[in-house]
Design a protein around this ligand. Structure first.
Ligand code: TEU
Ligand code: CA
Length: 592
């Protein structure tokens, strides 16, 4: 008995010491862990990913009500996979009264009824995973819908337990508490009759801003994030996340910010503290990716959000490129050297501890081929392929917006009735109804910059309403060019933009230099040609893009020779020399 007990204790001791030693060993390994880096970067799946943004309302209608829905997306997952992408970012699919197409959320744990049910969501997630892809959701937590339960309570009385979930102020000298403006026209304050106080809304009146200084609000957000992460989603795109912390005392916008208030709204003192808290409580516990929509964040301010040692976000969307042609409301156009300069500045501003995104379009901006390429019948296809080449070879995680793989174009808007978007409708009231701008001028501008340009439904085939819906009336009119430009044509044509995206993605997937390689602009001042190299160790690629419809003879600088042609958007012969004859909108990739 005694011996048995002694043996038992001895073996227990032995077990404890060995497991302690294993533990100690593990710790040691961790502290001195040296991950093999690539060009100094720590490899991560989300750095190597290519993301495809789905705007559910416009993707595919499965039940004939004219509105895209989740089963519609599930039905088309092979189409998405066929582009060669491996992450899907889903624009908001949560319960919403749709004042701003789902960016006004009524219930974060419910699926928008027009889009389907939670079972439909689970089926979508399962389908994404089965195909080896990942799903990222849109986290819209700077504001909620005014129909959210929290706001319904909050507005009831000054002593309601939810009052402090939002930002309420009394009038100042008989008017709004300060001069802040809403991005959707007018004041950012709305007087609420129930308590005779104003609430803050940086976007629509139906989008009251949450009060992030209230720890209860922050915990609610962390809980809802966990709800979706525990279902197995792979991260979040975070809507206007730098606006969550407001400047104490809510001071007036200084005059120099009146036309660019986003640069003021991002200056709240607790932004980084809240993001680090979110990381600690939620994100650090999952292997997920985060991308912050950083409207109003400068390049200098970017590392503070994305430097991996700070544990805030993985990457952000910087607006410099997407807004180069329309920094304000007006379309002013853009010049190639300025576009190149932005990429160089971004590369310089971020070191190996930070990561960038590359995107040129989304649901808030015009179509990529209309804004950056040439959407005329002659050059639409080559220029869309050239843009795909650039998007997938610059340094940063690329984001493709739905329909860009088909070369979908801006919409020919003819009257106010053609629009759905609250931003443009409010702008019409502000500018046309007050006679500041004529209807003709307004429409000419809207045709260039309006958000609805990119929100028209996906053109699936050449049948009625492009096969998007069996309803006679899609929620937003189809672009009439669906008879020529559609997925049925594109998926069956080896020379289509869609097929080119797939080839380009195949090349990128097998070429780490396009992900981690050093970036160098060879010829920053050239007005027509964008030529750059991506170098990772001995692997070096040259990308040459002719951003014009003119034929260009381009001599590579410093006696450089092009190398072996890897991919081109024209079926031309290889020119392994230092002098290249480029056709209009020709794009070439060489292995050097
Ligand atoms: O966008 C905010 C934003 O930064 C702008 O692009 C905005 O859309 C507008 O054009 C400014 O003039 C995000 C969403 O992407 C957008 O769809 C929402 O409307 C907005 O936030 C509010 O949630
Ligand atoms: Ca539907």
């Amino acid at each position: 008995m005694r011996i048995a007990r002694a043996v038992f204790f001895l073996s227990l001791m032995l077990l404890l010491t060995t497991s302690f030693m294993i533990g100690a060993d593990k710790k040691k390994q961790n502290s001195s862990k040296s991950v093999a880096t690539l060009n100094g970067y720590e490899p991560k799946w989300w750095k190597e990913a290519v993301v495809y943004q789905v705007y559910p309302r416009s993707f595919k209608d499965s039940n004939g009500d004219g509105i895209g829905d989740l089963p519609g997306i599930t039905e088309k997952l092979d189409y998405i996979k066929g582009i060669g992408v491996n992450v899907i970012w889903l624009s908001p699919h949560f319960d919403s009264p749709n004042a701003d197409n789902g960016y006004d959320i009524r219930d974060y744990r419910k699926v928008m009824k027009e889009f389907g049910t939670m079972e439909d969501f689970d089926a979508l997630l399962k389908g994404v995973k089965q195909r080896g892809m990942r799903l990222v959701l849109d986290l819209v937590v700077n504001h909620t819908s005014d129909e959210h339960r929290w706001f319904v309570e909050s507005r009831k009385s000054k002593d309601n337990p939810y009052r402090d979930y939002y930002i309420w102020r009394g009038a100042k000298d008989g008017h709004e508490p300060n001069n802040w403006t809403s991005f959707f026209s007018g004041s950012a304050w709305k007087l609420d009759p129930a308590t005779n106080e104003y609430y803050l809304h940086l976007f629509a009146e139906k989008q009251p801003d949450l009060n992030w200084d209230n720890p209860k609000v922050r915990n609610e957000v962390y809980d809802l994030m966990k709800f979706w992460l525990d279902k197995g989603v792979d991260g979040f795109r975070m809507d206007v996340i730098p606006f969550i912390s407001k400047k104490p005392g809510l001071p007036d916008l200084p005059p120099e910010y009146m036309n660019r208030p986003q640069y003021f709204y991002t200056q709240g003192p607790h932004l980084h503290e809240y993001l680090q808290e979110m990381n600690k409580h939620v994100l650090s516990k999952y292997d997920v990716m985060t991308v912050g929509e950083a409207f109003g964040v400068t390049l200098e301010g970017t590392p503070d959000l994305v430097d991996e040692r700070r544990h805030e976000l993985d990457m952000i969307f910087n607006f410099d490129v997407v807004r180069i042609g329309h920094p304000g409301r007006q379309w002013i156009g853009w010049k190639l050297p300025d576009l190149k300069a932005i990429y160089t500045q971004q590369d310089k501003a971020l070191d190996v501890h930070s990561w960038n995104t590359i995107f040129m379009s989304n649901h808030d901006n015009p179509r990529v081929v209309s804004a950056f390429g040439d959407d005329s019948p002659e050059y639409r296809v080559p220029s869309a392929k050239l843009l795909a080449t650039m998007l997938l070879t610059l340094k940063g995680t690329p984001f493709i917006y739905q329909g860009d793989e088909l070369g979908m174009t801006n919409y020919p808007f003819k009257s106010l009735e053609d629009f759905d978007d609250i931003e443009i409708k409010n702008a019409w009231k502000e500018l046309v109804e007050t006679k500041k701008v004529t209807p003709e001028e307004f429409l000419a501008q809207a045709n260039k910059v309006a958000r609805d340009n990119s929100r028209t439904p996906i053109q699936w085939d050449d049948s009625a309403n492009g096969g998007f819906t069996t309803s006679a009336k899609p929620w937003l009119a189809m672009n009439p060019n669906y008879r020529e430009i559609n997925a049925k044509q594109a998926t069956g044509d080896p020379d289509s933009i869609y097929s080119y995206f797939r080839k380009m993605n195949d090349l990128r997937r097998s070429t780490k230099a396009f992900v981690y390689g050093e970036y160098k602009d060879l010829d920053p001042a050239n007005q027509k040609v964008f030529a750059y190299t991506r170098t990772l160790g001995k692997e070096k690629y040259l990308v040459v893009l002719n951003f014009s419809k003119d034929e260009v003879s381009y001599t590579l600088p410093q006696g450089m020779k092009a190398g072996v042609l890897s991919l081109s958007n024209y079926s031309g012969k290889e020119e392994n020399t230092g002098a290249l004859k480029l056709k209009g909108w020709e794009a070439r990739i060489y292995k050097m």
